[in-house]
Design a protein around this ligand. Structure first.
Ligand SMILES: NC(=O)c1ccc[n+]([C@@H]2O[C@H](COP(=O)([O-])OP(=O)(O)OC[C@H]3O[C@@H](n4cnc5c(N)ncnc54)[C@H](OP(=O)(O)O)[C@@H]3O)[C@@H](O)[C@H]2O)c1
Length: 226
């Protein structure tokens, strides 16, 4: 499978490393163009291209850019594609977004509104880049970490789940994009390493009033991966 990645920073490079290991082909891109990505492409042994080339290349396309940046991207080449949305909201980086602060929408619903016609799946949001590097385990491994996903398209969710399994994680379906708040910052499932059963239970116990302090994941790690 071909995976295009919009972004070439920490998350994009870490994901590219595991995608390569899983036997898929990957292309990274950024706003400055492939000439700025030569050494990264060589180090990761992956393709590099423009945002348009990465979008066209991917059977699945991952958005791995800051939240503030998505609205400047032309949505046309993403139409009908499975698009993984990694974006999280950090007011100090992205600016204050009142509708998110008031809980009237979720980051992924905002992104989906922009990428009209794309099959958007919220994925890889609830894992830190360090964990994304070290936690993948092959299918059938004794203990595996599970990652939550949300999305409105059932078939796209199934395909995204297969891909995430290839990368090295079990998957738990949170529900539609509108339920994406359950895995955003300050929720118990955000960035905490759990197996499938624990994540499933944690999500079932998460209501609008369930909040945890920032950095909760640093002190809570229900699974130990071997
Ligand atoms: N780091 C984590 O632990 C973590 C975990 C889960 C989710 N996330 C989320 O994942 C996203 C990426 O995080 P990151 O840590 O990888 O960020 P990062 O290291 O700052 O990388 C961001 C990348 O986006 C590129 N970019 C910015 N604007 C762009 C545009 N208009 N078109 C194409 N590329 C653009 C940047 O390259 P240029 O500036 O050269 O274009 C850079 O390569 C963020 O939304 C973050 O909140 C991060």
């Amino acid at each position: 499978m071909n995976i295009g990645i919009i972004g070439a920073g920490a998350m994009a490079q870490t994901l590219a490393y595991h995608i390569n290991r899983a036997g898929h082909d990957v292309m990274l891109s950024n706003s400055r163009g492939p000439e700025s990505l030569v050494s990264i492409g060589q180090a990761l042994k992956c393709r590099t291209g423009t945002v348009l080339q990465a979008a066209q290349f991917g059977d699945i396309v991952a958005l791995a850019i800051p939240l503030w940046a998505f609205s400047a991207i032309d949505p046309a080449p993403f139409e009908n594609k499975i698009v993984l949305d990694l974006l999280n909201y950090f007011p100090h980086r992205d600016g204050k977004i009142e509708i998110l602060d008031r809980g009237e929408t979720t980051t992924s619903e905002m992104v989906a509104k922009h990428f009209v016609g794309a099959k958007l799946i919220k994925a890889f949001n609830a894992i830190t880049v360090d964990d994304l590097y070290r936690d993948p385990r092959p299918r059938g491994h004794q203990i595996r970490r599970a990652l939550p996903i949300a999305g409105d398209d059932k078939t796209a969710k199934e395909q995204a789940s297969l891909f995430i399994n290839d990368v090295g994680f079990d998957v738990v379906d949170v529900g539609p994009l509108a339920d994406g708040w359950k895995i955003e910052r300050f929720r118990p499932a955000y960035c905490v390493a759990m197996d499938k059963e624990t994540l499933f239970r944690t999500l079932a116990d998460t209501s609008r009033g369930t909040r945890v302090p920032d950095g909760y994941w640093l002190k809570h790690r229900p699974i130990t991966l071997v």
